[in-house]
Write a protein of this length. Structure first.
Length: 197
């Protein structure tokens, strides 16, 4: 997909966007949740500033409204809003991941990319993050592209699945259909080795 309708209603070829337009796109319409939250956050500024930066990139200028949005998003991702002025390095791994989610969703992006969003977190924290993500995806009608090796995560968060092997797409379809009745031998092996019968 090279052509994309931008927020101004015009459709443009992504390859032909200038640097300022591309930067704005990545700060407003697209979000990216890294596996390692430290890669998706500015660790040297407060939680509120991490969230507020995207609001500013989207044209927000009123400090009170930006801070109000940060407080609201901290609450949405289950972080005590009294921690708004704390640095992300004082947060646990799960809190950092939730902060990164808030930072990305504050501008209501149309497309969210997630790279192993629960990788490296313990099982109880993973469950809370997945539950939070599932609710936010539904509440905001988000389009999400998630890269994961965890088929349980894929089943929980996705409607459609693409199975890749060595960089090539080998099977695609509705998630339940592909995971419950895989056609390709590689997908069958993958499913049988990870999901219980």
């Amino acid at each position: 997909m090279r052509a994309l309708p931008l927020r101004d209603g015009a459709t443009r070829d992504l390859a032909e966007l200038g640097e300022p337009e591309r930067t704005l796109l990545f700060r407003t319409d697209w979000g990216y949740v890294h596996q390692d939250a430290a890669c998706g956050l500015r660790m040297g500024v407060s939680a509120g500033a991490n969230i507020g930066e995207r609001r500013i990139a989207a044209g927000g200028r009123h400090y009170g409204r930006i801070r109000e949005a940060a407080v609201s998003w901290l609450d949405r991702v289950e972080i005590d809003h009294t921690r708004i002025d704390d640095l992300p390095r004082t947060y646990s791994g799960g809190m950092r991941q939730r902060l990164q989610i808030a930072r990305n969703l504050v501008t209501r992006p149309r497309l969210l990319f997630m790279d192993e969003p629960t990788g490296g977190l313990d099982v109880s924290v993973q469950a809370r993050i997945l539950d939070l993500l599932r609710g936010l995806i539904a509440d905001f009608n988000l389009t999400v592209v998630i890269v994961t090796h965890d088929l349980a995560v894929a089943r929980l968060l996705s409607h459609r699945i693409v199975v890749m092997k060595a960089g090539d797409v080998i099977e695609t379809g509705l998630t339940d259909q592909v995971l419950d009745d895989p056609c390709e031998p590689y997908t069958q092996l993958l499913v049988s080795s990870i999901l219980p019968p």
